[in-house]
Design a protein around this ligand. Sequence first.
Ligand SMILES: Cc1cc2nc3c(=O)[nH]c(=O)nc-3n(C[C@H](O)[C@H](O)[C@H](O)COP(=O)(O)OP(=O)(O)OC[C@H]3O[C@@H](n4cnc5c(N)ncnc54)[C@H](O)[C@@H]3O)c2cc1C
Length: 460
Amino acid sequence: MIDEKHLKYLSSIVTDENIYSDKAHLLAYSYDATREKFEPDAVLFPRSEDDVSAILRYCNQHHIIVVPRGAGSGFTGGALPSSGGIVLAFEKHMNKILEIDLQNMVAVVEPGVINKDLQRAVEEVGLFYPPDPASEEYSTIGGNLNENAGGMRAAKYGITKDYIMALRAVLPNGNIIRSGKRTIKDVAGYNITGILIASEGTLAVTTQITLRLIAKPLLTKTAMGIFDSVDSAMEAVYKSMASGVTPVAMEFLDQLTIKAVEHTYNIGLPTDAGAILITDVDGNLADDLDFQLAKIESVFKENGCREFKIARDKKEAEDIWFARRNASPALSVYGSKKLNEDVTVPRSALPELLKRFYAIADKYKINIPCFGHTGDGNVHTNVMVDGSDPAQVEIAYKAIVEVFEATIELGGTLSGEHGIGIAKAPYMHLAFSDEEMALFSSIKRAFDPNNILNPNKMGL
Ligand SMILES: Cc1cc2nc3c(=O)[nH]c(=O)nc-3n(C[C@H](O)[C@H](O)[C@H](O)COP(=O)(O)OP(=O)(O)OC[C@H]3O[C@@H](n4cnc5c(N)ncnc54)[C@H](O)[C@@H]3O)c2cc1C
């Protein structure tokens, strides 16, 4: 707990209206999307980079823990004050788009800018910021950078890291650093930007971000393929991604997910299908989009697709996407407890990965419905059990270890987009050697020798 003297000093930095220490507000900032609960000692809303610097300098001197927070939409507990301390929140003041530089096609933003607000602002001037996590309406660019968020468009356009050109950040000792440039090329010095991306607020507090923008494609088309078997659908994924056209998105729902969505929403999905693939293509010429879709259709059909449907208008496209967008909540039909992982493998390993997941489900007699961003090898793997039954919950955690082991064996990663936080920290040893973990720890010490910034996250 921090005492009155510390609170008084911290409020002298940010002013009284930008510090909360009352019970109701502490409770409000004790959650993220994991729904774990850890109350902070105080919540501070810095007004500027100088405020962030003064706060960190003071906290470092007094060994007070600081946890940066965006919108708190993280799935792994990164923004939770799991070891106490103060939460640093950017939604109130440091939430502005500072510049859209048309000549160099970059945007400069503060960390609290909401992803979708940035997308809308740059689209108004004909530019495009592609990373589109499903949380785009509320997650922040600061949170996206610190988790390296991805979205539906990652298959073609990549993820947050592919758009970060430069940043400003405050080190735990209060000193301000800059990394990167507003240039396409920059090979001078170590890549500090690269180290800070996905660092989950454990190394420095991001205060300003320079993002690469691209030209906005004029046209998009959506299609859906229905497959008898999930195996052939997974073959179709990597073969179509390597067929010479690059779909914007290549999403999938397996049979259990299709059944859950149909049971919940009754939208006419084929519940006998083994899998559904949903794809978007984009470009500037209608002929080009038709060419891309014809190519994907032929690869799908060579790989067991029994029906290929192209949306004729926006409404039909939205109807197709409805099933995918509502997959996650529909899975509650399989149990009240969901262990939702976002493992990712090289695309060609997808058929084998899914086979292994269903074998784990059979072994433990549980359901593991899967859906997700197969275009980038990212599978949302949902181990579903009855949360009121401790024996079932124990089984779920055993199954998760096997899910991770299978993923790693196939050359994959524990997390494609949600990060490690506290939720996946116990599994880091499955993916990294002692030496690699020691290297992570020494990077952490180099930035944060007093271990005040978001400690005990990422298995560190
Ligand atoms: C319904 C739903 C759908 C989602 N879909 C996706 C998806 O499609 N793709 C995806 O990648 N993720 C998804 N997520 C997860 C989540 O939205 C992302 O991880 C997002 O990037 C988190 O942003 P945030 O602003 O909420 O950050 P928070 O959750 O508040 O914080 C995330 C991490 O960033 C750190 N952080 C935040 N701001 C700063 C800063 N200024 N300086 C230093 N560290 C900072 C925090 O300490 C924490 O470790 C989803 C979440 C939900 C609830």
